[in-house]
Design a protein around this ligand. Structure first.
Ligand code: PLP
Length: 491
């Protein structure tokens, strides 16, 4: 069946393919459907051509990035519903092209709005291979080499971040999921699974994914207690100490303390050593949301920024946010990875027993999941430690450059931490005026192919630049600063 000679596997014109002929050809003819799968009997020239053409399309799209705006205008979408007969590769590719024309364009040097950098070449290739392998991290027999790769790379990274010789973790489809799994694991480890009054402590600037986690965990929204930050955007340790004493006195259990290493608007890093010391004293689980900041610890020159990271019980890391690993790429790393299995193991009665620590599907919330580890592994190997360091150092350097350019006008209030994020707004504007200023300045920037975001932060809209795009040059930053300064309200 699948061994049909390749000449017969040529895509047929849509008008002919599989059309039922009276008294003859069956629309459900097995051969027709098989045409769409790679032949298992030797290199399939149809598949090879299709993939070549698709990757050419992609390479052209990436290569034309600078000629297109970072944020495209509204585009035409191809038909969404499948037609009665399947489409040939040329139609599929031209439909794909239409979707690509409307896609956000992260490879543009002016794409500076979000934590969504250009994709790394090895990561793109690995994503393709991952799709083709179609393995499943649910169970070892569905992903033998990839399960071991995930386990090994998680251990390497967790140990590299200082979590100790036994450390390890699991890949998750995004930081929100890593954060949720961390809290579920923490709750289990503290025996608080049945306590509806347990609370989580974090800063006012902690990520919104923790609000979702409360809802998923069946806790009231106010179980997430947000404590004030100082003028650097860092959790106030004195406020944490005081709240912990109050909770202890009231007999209210603390499920975990969350410190953020790299807040989403300004890239602030909470004082990890002091927070960890409080957690030790109260015997509390410390989760560090390092979705943005943890990768900086991989660069020897930046490591001191993350001092105290090694004291965490769990860390969320999102290589998708700066290193160019294609989405999604997030890891939850733990000093004691067995805690994950205590929280999530169910037994997988329809699988052979695990020959390693545990099946992937018993080490986290997800069941079937792709081998997202492959693009992280290959990407890190392509970059090398020197490349990783160059990326994070370059990002910090661009933030410094932009801050220096904007600081020439003291009407601007800059909010930047030690990382690669810089938020700002006019010092004297009230909330309403900030809406108008941020919208019109963003539009002026977009007209020059520079894209910033417009976060709402502490009662005002700001503009925010994320300087993680390695294509961004000093000249782009100078143009950006000029437009921002020209658009400042007078007076
Ligand atoms: C982005 C982000 C997250 C969530 O990660 P997703 O991959 O978008 O789910 C969590 N914490 C922080 C600090 C983030 O910036």
């Amino acid at each position: 069946m699948a061994s049909a000679p390749s000449a017969q596997r040529l895509p047929q014109p849509a008008s002919l393919a599989g059309v039922a002929e009276p008294g003859g050809f069956d629309v459900l003819d097995n051969f027709d459907v098989l045409n769409n799968f790679a032949a298992p009997t030797g290199l399939d020239p149809q598949l090879e051509r299709f993939l070549h053409q698709a990757s050419s399309l992609l390479c052209r799209w990436l290569g034309e990035a600078e000629a297109c705006p970072p944020l495209p205008a509204l585009s035409v979408l191809p038909d969404v519903e499948p037609e009665q007969q399947g489409l040939p590769p040329q139609r599929l590719l031209s439909d794909l092209q239409l979707v690509m024309e409307g896609a956000f364009n992260p490879n543009h040097p002016g794409a500076l709005a979000h934590l969504d950098p250009p994709p790394l070449a090895a990561s793109i290739a690995a994503d393709l291979i991952c799709a083709g392998l179609n393995n499943n991290l649910l169970a070892e027999e569905l992903s033998p080499s990839l399960t071991r790769l995930e386990r090994s790379l998680c251990s390497w990274l967790a140990q590299g971040l200082g979590l100790g010789a036994e450390a390890g973790g699991v890949a998750a489809s995004g930081g929100s999921l890593s954060n949720l799994m961390a809290l579920v694991t923490a709750r289990r480890s503290r025996g608080l699974g049945c306590r509806a009054d347990a609370v989580v402590l974090c800063s006012a600037d902690a990520h919104v994914s923790f609000d979702k986690a409360m809802a998923v965990m069946g806790l009231p929204a106010d179980a997430l207690q947000r404590l004030p930050v100082d003028d650097q955007g860092e959790l106030q340790v004195a406020a944490l100490a005081e709240r912990l004493n109050q909770l202890t006195a009231a007999g209210i259990p603390v499920l975990a303390v969350v410190a953020t290493a790299g807040t989403t608007v300004r890239g602030a890093i909470d004082p990890l050593p002091a927070i960890a010391a409080l957690c030790r004293r109260h015997n509390l689980w410390l989760h560090v949301d390092g979705a943005i900041g943890a990768v900086f610890a991989l660069a020897p020159t930046q490591r001191q920024l993350l001092r105290g990271l090694e004291l965490a019980d769990s860390i969320t890391v999102n290589p998708q946010k700066l290193l160019g690993i294609t989405k999604t790429s997030s890891l939850l790393l733990l000093a004691d990875p067995q805690q994950l299995q205590l929280a999530f193991a169910t037994g997988l009665p329809y699988m052979e027993p695990s020959w390693g620590a545990a099946h992937g599907g018993e080490s986290g919330l997800q069941g079937s999941r792709p081998a997202e580890i492959l693009k992280l592994w290959l990407g890190l190997r392509q970059l090398g430690l020197a490349g990783i360091a160059a990326l994070v150092e370059g990002a910090i350097e661009r933030r410094r450059q932009l801050a220096t350019l904007l600081a020439t006008d003291d009407r601007l209030q800059l909010l930047g931490g030690p990382l690669h994020l810089l938020a700002f707004r006019p010092r004297e504007l009230d909330a309403e005026a900030c809406v108008a200023w941020s919208s019109s300045t963003r539009q002026a920037l977009l007209a020059e192919q520079l894209m910033l975001s417009r976060p709402w932060y502490h009662g005002r809209h700001h503009l925010k630049a994320v300087l993680g795009n390695p294509h961004t040059q000093t000249s782009h930053l100078e143009r950006l600063a000029r437009i921002v300064l020209e658009n400042l309200p007078h007076g």
